[in-house]
Write a protein that binds this ligand. Structure first.
Ligand code: SAH
Length: 326
C-alpha cells in the first residue's frame, strides 16, 4: 500500500491520540482507504473482561482479554495530581520472584507496544478521564520486553499521541542489568525504579532468581551509572516480608549499601498472595525499618495501599481467573 505522507500523521493520531479500535472510526480517511486498511491491518486492542471499583478509595482494576484469549490487568489510581495507570507489559512473567502472583502461571508472551498502550485508551474511554501518569508495575518484566516497551514509551510520549511527558512515566525492573545499560544510552527523563527487596545476595537470591544472574553489587553499580548518565535518581522498591527481609539488621545493611548515593526507598508491606504463603510485616516493624533507614540518612517512604479490597496488586486477578478455568 502506498500512501501520501500526511496520511501517516492522520492515522497515527487516530490510533495513538484517540485510541481508535477500528479503522471505520477514522472519519477523515476516505471509505476506500478505510477498507484498504481493514483488509491489510489489524489493531490488537483489548476488551474489558471484568472491572472492579474499590469502595475504599475508588481505585479501578481491569481484567482485560486480549485478541488471542489471554488475560492481563491494569489498575487506575487517583492521586491529587491526577490519574495514574499501572500497565502490564507481558502475559505472565519469567522472573519467578517468590512473593509475586504474576509469575505463578508462568510466561505466555510479550505484549506488543499497541497492546500496552491500549490499556490506557480503554481505561480513559471507559472512565471518561485523562490519564496523566504511567507506572509499568503491572504483570511482566518491562525490560524483558525491551523493544516493545521502548516503542510504547515513544508512542505515548509523542505529541501527536497521548503526549505524556517522560517525567510522568515510571519503569520498574527486577534488575536486568544489561537492559538498564541499554536504557541508560537512550537518556530518557523517565523514572527508573528497581525492585530490590533485599539488602544482600543471600536473601535476594532466595526470593528473586534474577539475582543469581545479576548480583546486588552489579545492580547497584548499574543504578549509579544510570543516575550519573541521565541525571535521574533511581528509586528502589522494597517489599517487606515478615521474617524474610524486614528486621532492623536488614534495614541497617540496606542503609549501608545505599549510603552516598542519591536514592529513595519505597517500602511496601507485602500483599498476601494465597499461593505464596508470605506474611505481611507488622505495622510496627515496617515503621522501625523505615526509621532505621531514615536515621542512617536514607530517604524512605511507606507506600500507601490502594485498592486493598479488589486484589489490586499485580497478577492477582489473572491468577484467580486461570485457577477458575482449571
Ligand atoms: N517486573 C517489574 C514490574 C512489576 S511488579 C519489577 O519487578 O519491578 C511491581 C512491583 O510489585 C515490584 O516491585 C514487585 O516486586 C512488587 N510485588 C510483586 N508482588 C508483590 C506482593 N505480593 N506484594 C507487594 N509487592 C509485590
Amino acid at each position: 500500500m502506498s500512501l501520501q505522507s500526511f496520511r501517516a500523521k492522520q492515522i497515527f493520531k487516530w490510533l495513538h491520540r484517540e485510541g481508535c479500535r477500528s479503522f471505520d472510526e477514522m472519519t477523515d480517511l476516505s471509505k476506500q482507504l478505510r477498507k484498504d486498511l481493514n483488509d491489510n491491518f489489524f489493531i490488537p486492542s483489548c476488551e474489558i473482561e471484568k472491572k472492579f471499583v474499590s469502595s475504599i478509595d475508588g481505585t479501578v482494576k481491569y481484567l482485560f482479554r486480549l485478541y488471542d484469549g489471554e488475560f492481563i490487568e491494569s489498575v487506575i489510581m487517583k492521586y491529587k495530581y491526577g490519574y495514574t495507570i499501572c500497565v502490564s507489559s507481558q502475559v505472565g512473567c519469567k522472573m519467578g520472584c517468590t512473593f509475586c502472583a504474576s509469575t505463578l502461571a508462568g510466561f505466555k508472551r510479550n505484549l506488543t507496544s499497541g497492546e500496552i498502550e491500549s490499556q490506557i485508551h480503554i481505561a480513559q474511554q471507559d472512565l471518561n478521564i485523562r490519564i496523566s501518569h504511567i507506572v509499568m508495575m503491572g504483570i511482566g518484566e518491562p525490560l524483558d520486553n525491551y523493544d516493545n516497551v521502548l516503542g510504547f514509551l515513544e508512542n505515548v510520549n509523542n505529541e501527536n499521541g497521548l503526549n505524556i511527558g517522560m517525567r510522568n512515566i515510571t519503569v520498574s525492573t527486577c534488575g536486568i542489568v544489561d537492559k538498564i545499560y541499554d536504557l541508560m544510552e537512550r537518556d530518557l527523563q523517565l523514572t527508573l525504579t528497581v525492585s530490590l527487596h533485599a539488602p544482600n545476595d543471600n536473601i535476594r537470591s532466595k526470593t528473586m532468581p534474577i539475582n543469581k544472574r545479576y548480583p546486588i553489587d552489579q545492580l547497584m553499580k548499574a543504578c549509579r551509572d544510570y543516575a550519573d548518565k541521565t541525571g535521574r535518581r533511581v528509586s528502589f522498591e522494597y517489599t517487606l516480608i515478615k521474617g524474610v527481609n524486614d528486621s532492623e539488621e536488614n534495614a541497617k545493611e540496606l542503609a549501608d549499601r545505599l549510603k552516598g548515593s542519591l536514592s529513595h526507598v519505597n517500602l511496601i508491606p507485602v500483599n498476601d498472595v494465597a499461593e505464596r504463603g508470605n506474611m505481611r510485616s507488622t505495622h510496627e516493624s515496617v515503621l522501625k525499618f523505615c526509621n532505621m533507614l531514615k536515621s542512617n540518612g536514607i530517604n524512605a517512604t511507606i507506600r500507601r495501599t490502594l485498592g486493598a479490597d479488589i486484589n489490586a496488586s499485580c497478577g492477582q486477578l489473572r491468577a484467580v481467573r486461570l485457577s477458575e478455568e482449571s
